[in-house]
Design a protein around this ligand. Sequence first.
Ligand code: SAM
Ligand code: SF4
Length: 329
Amino acid sequence: MLLDTYGRQAVDLRVSLTDRCNLRCTYCMPEEGLQWLAKPELLTDEEIVRLVSIAVRDLGVREVRFTGGEPMLRPGLVAIVEACAALTPRPELSVTTNGIGLARTAAALRQAGLDRVNVSLDTLDPDTFHILTRRHRHQDVLAGLAAAERAGLTPVKLNAVLMRGVNDHEAADLLGWCLERGYELRFIEQMPLDAQHGWDRSRMITAEEILDRLRERFTLTAEPSAARGAAPAERWLVDGGPGRVGVIASVTRPFCRACDRTRLTADGQIRNCLFATEETDLRAALRGGADDAAIGELWRTAMWGKKAGAGIDDPEFLQPDRPMSAIGG
Ligand code: SAM
Ligand code: SF4
C-alpha cells in the first residue's frame, strides 16, 4: 500500500499523459506555451500501462485519472484506457480534459472502458473563453460535453476556475446551465501553479466569495463532511437537490489531511503532492531494468515522505518548479 507517516493511504492515481496543450489558459500557461518534453523523455504507452498495473495490483490504487496537459492530445489514449480497464482488480477510470477532441473520441473511450470525464469549462461566453484560453474553441468544448453525455460518460462533471474581472460574474450562470443539463459543477480556487508565477493571493476568488455569489440565486445546503470522504470538493445541495455544486478550496480550506492521491508525470516521475518539491524517478528504474517489486518499493518510499500539507497559505510557501500542466492537474 502507498502509506505516509501521517496515516494516509494513496488510492487515487493521477497520470499525466502529456505536458502539451491546445489551449493557453491564463492561469496555467503563458501565451507562447512552454518548453515541451521531448518524445524520448515521455513514458511510452507500454511503460504507462506497466506502472498503472503495478499501482493497481501491488500498491492498492483503486482509481486512475488521466490528465495533462491535454490528455486528448495523446495518440494512445484509447489504447491506454483499454489496457487499464483489463487490469485486475479493475480500477475506476476517468479523464480530465478541456473537452476539445472529446466529440470525436468520447464513444471510443467509453467502449474502451472509461467510466467518467471531467471537462474544464470556465465560461458560457465564447468571447470570454477566448480571453481566458487565448483560443477560439468554445464551440468544440460544448460539442465535447454533448458527446460525453451521449456516450454515457456520466455523470459529466465540469471544473471551473473563476478569475477576477474576467468570468467571476458567471458563477451562478454556470451553475444554472449545469443544473439544466444534469452536469455536476465544481469550482476550483485558483492555485499558484501557473508557469508564469502570476498568481496573486489578494486577487484570487475565494471559496467564500464563490458561495456568496451562488447564494444570490440559489439556496445551498452543505452536505455532511462524511459524504465528502477524501474528495477535495466540499459539496452543497442546490435548492434542496438533487442537483449539487462543489467547491475545491485548495488555498483557503485545504484538504491535505484527507488527501489520497499519488501522481505520475508524463516523464515518469512520482510526486506525492501537487506542491511537492521533490520527485522520484520511476522512468530511470523502468529503463534500467528494475522489476515490478523494485518499482513498487520506490513508489512506496516516495509516498512515505509526503508532507502533512501543501501550505499554500503559509508565508514561506514555495511554488514548485513544474507548472500544473507538466505535473498533471
Ligand atoms: N487540460 C486538461 C483540463 O484543462 O481539464 C487537464 C489538465 S488541467 C491542468 C486540469 C485542471 O486544472 C483544469 O480543470 C484546470 O482548470 C485546472 N487548473 C489549471 N491551472 C490551475 C490553477 N492555477 N489553479 C487552479 N486550477 C487550475
Ligand atoms: Fe491546457 Fe488544461 Fe492548462 Fe488550460 S488548464 S492550458 S486546458 S492544461
